[in-house]
Design a binder for this molecule. Structure first.
Ligand SMILES: Nc1ncnc2c1ncn2[C@@H]1O[C@H](COP(=O)(O)OP(=O)(O)OP(=O)(O)O)[C@@H](O)[C@H]1O
Length: 282
């Protein structure tokens, strides 16, 4: 297969305001790709265009070798999974019965229900009625719904935004397992730790424009000053440039037993975003 997603020169205008401006990127099959950006930067608009919910003003979009003009077909819809703010459940049915309905809709085997309930940590709760669930529980059922038909590619818009840390960790493990089994994942998040932990590559979006794209570790290296930050037992905090002339200084500190902690200056994704755009990623 070619790239799972290919986007070239994407533009989306709402009421004469450009929400997306000349955005181009690709996602390889098997990748976990994160689109990061502050509120209003265009993440949801991008997902909606990639899933056929919105039509672009200009630009070429291909997903799973299907051109955006054909995103309306049931064949295309059966190949992708979507978790977005428009995803919904049948409030009066139980979690289990909701998932059973979606299994039938997609012609997926019913065994998938328990597999997905395990991924989202809801096996014990499966007999509960959806209207009685907390926001975080509903979000987890929606995630199970997005994955129930084993799509090749899933779009997850802020998949863990309403979840407690225990469930975030559980879902991260579940997503990693699905990814290892071959599912390509495209997600949006404000959460830099989530992006660093999960994503093979991330793209920074600000005011509808792509600002940077790359592997999180490589980006952290690229934007590092490579200096050593040393904390001594005497309470000093030293910044020592990573230059051969400083080797003896570091050696001396270590030999004298003065080093309490030492690390290289690799910025977080949030700090990189701040450096590039001048704003926090929240
Ligand atoms: N249907 C619409 N009509 C008019 N403007 C819209 C519409 N949808 C989005 N926009 C505008 O497009 C821009 C991008 O919005 P979008 O929802 O894609 O941002 P986002 O990055 O997903 O934000 P958040 O993190 O808050 O969900 C915003 O300025 C928003 O007001």
């Amino acid at each position: 297969m070619n790239n799972a997603i290919e986007v070239n020169g994407l533009r989306k205008v709402f009421d004469q305001n450009a929400a997306i401006e000349d955005v181009s990127f690709f996602v390889k099959p098997g990748e976990i790709f994160g689109l990061l950006g502050p509120s209003g930067s265009g993440k949801t608009t991008t997902i909606k265009i990639l899933t056929g919910e919105l039509e672009q003003t200009a630009g070429d979009v291909n997903v799973l070798d299907v051109h955006s003009q054909s995103f309306g077909t049931s064949d295309f819809k059966s190949k992708i999974g979507i978790l977005s703010d428009n995803s919904s459940l049948y409030e009066r049915l139980t979690i289990y019965d909701n998932l059973k309905l979606f299994c039938k809709l997609y012609d997926a085997p019913l065994e998938q229900i328990d597999v997905m309930l395990d991924v989202v940590n809801l096996r014990e709760e499966s007999k509960k009625t959806v209207s009685k669930l907390s926001k975080g529980m509903k979000q987890r059922v929606l995630l199970a719904k997005a994955l129930i038909h084993k799509p090749k590619l899933v779009f997850l818009d802020e998949p863990t935004s309403a979840l407690d840390p225990g469930n975030v960790a559980h879902i991260h493990r579940g997503l990693q397992k699905l990814n290892e089994a071959g599912t390509t994942i495209f997600l949006t998040t404000h959460d830099m730790e989530e992006a660093t932990e999960l994503c093979d590559r991330v793209a920074f979006l600000d005011k509808g424009k792509l600002q940077e794209l790359g592997n999180p570790d490589e980006l952290r290296y690229k934007y590092s000053t490579h200096a050593f930050h040393v904390e001594t037992f005497a309470g000093e905090r030293l910044v020592i440039e990573n230059e051969s002339g400083n080797a003896n200084k570091i050696k001396e500190l270590i030999e004298n037993g003065e080093v309490k902690a030492m690390q290289t200056d690799n910025p977080t994704l949030g700090q990189i975003f701040l450096k590039i755009t001048g704003k926090e990623l929240v």
